[in-house]
Ligand binder design. Structure first.
Ligand SMILES: O=C(CO)[C@H](O)[C@H](O)COP(=O)(O)O
Length: 223
């Protein structure tokens, strides 16, 4: 199976976690796009979605799924999102699509995080994928130095030759060379650095379930 087919498989499999009559938390990325397409087949059974990005909002609305502001709704039963890496305890690296801040907000508002990913995302330890960190632009040079002091090399993410601007109007640093042995402690520490909006380690907002797309079918991992 191609990676695209595996993404379709897990996107469809996530429908089993959709609670009829509820508002669903929806993440961002190519795997989530498959979930959104599948969700459209049961749009009459749900109230709508809370979205983690402008891109997902546009896709949801185009398919006729109402999108609610996070502040208009209470706790969500389930949040479905992809990941760039997921370890054996449900800790993830996210933000390859630059949506990490809103993803963490919607995840925090949800009782259950269902991660959907193809098998290439499963890792022993986080850190091979460059770690996305959303930062306030005026702090990016200092934050780059702080990562250098812990052995990481941060580079400003560009789009069309200019710094990428997130949905929140901020910048993204991608950090290579980190060894994240304690994701909870790492996330807590980096989150405290002035100018860091969100670090792409999701350990406090980890997954409770991962639907992993493999050649043998969908593997359900629980944490
Ligand atoms: O964190 C994300 C976006 O910010 C995505 O969930 C992550 O990058 C995985 O994306 P894809 O499903 O396209 O591989």
């Amino acid at each position: 199976m191609t990676q695209n087919e595996l993404k379709t498989l897990v996107g469809q499999a996530a429908l089993q976690y959709v609670v009829p009559g509820e508002i669903i938390g929806v993440g961002t990325g190519s795997t989530v796009n498959k979930f959104i397409d599948a969700l459209a087949t049961m749009k009459d059974q749900i109230k709508g979605a809370v979205s983690s990005s402008v891109a997902s909002t546009e896709r949801l609305l185009a398919l006729g799924i109402p999108v609610f502001d996070a502040n208009e709704v209470g706790e969500l039963a389930v949040y479905v999102d992809g990941a760039d890496e997921i370890d054996g305890r449900g800790h993830m690296v996210k933000g390859g699509g630059a949506a990490l801040t809103r993803e963490k907000i919607v995840a925090a508002q949800s009782r259950q995080f269902v991660c959907i990913a193809d098998a290439s995302k499963k890792v022993e330890a986080l850190g091979a994928f460059p770690l996305p960190v959303e930062v306030i632009p005026m702090a990016s040079a200092r934050i780059t130095r702080q990562f250098a002091a812990m052995g990481g090399t941060a580079t400003l993410r560009l789009k069309d030759g200019a710094p990428l601007v997130t949905d929140n109007g901020q910048h993204i640093l991608d950090v290579r060379g980190l060894h994240i042995t304690d994701p909870l402690a790492f996330e807590s520490e980096v989150n405290q650095w002035p100018g860091v909006v969100t670090v792409g380690v999701f350990a406090h907002q980890k997954a409770q379930v991962c639907l992993l797309g493999t050649e043998q079918g969908v593997l359900t991992l629980t944490y």
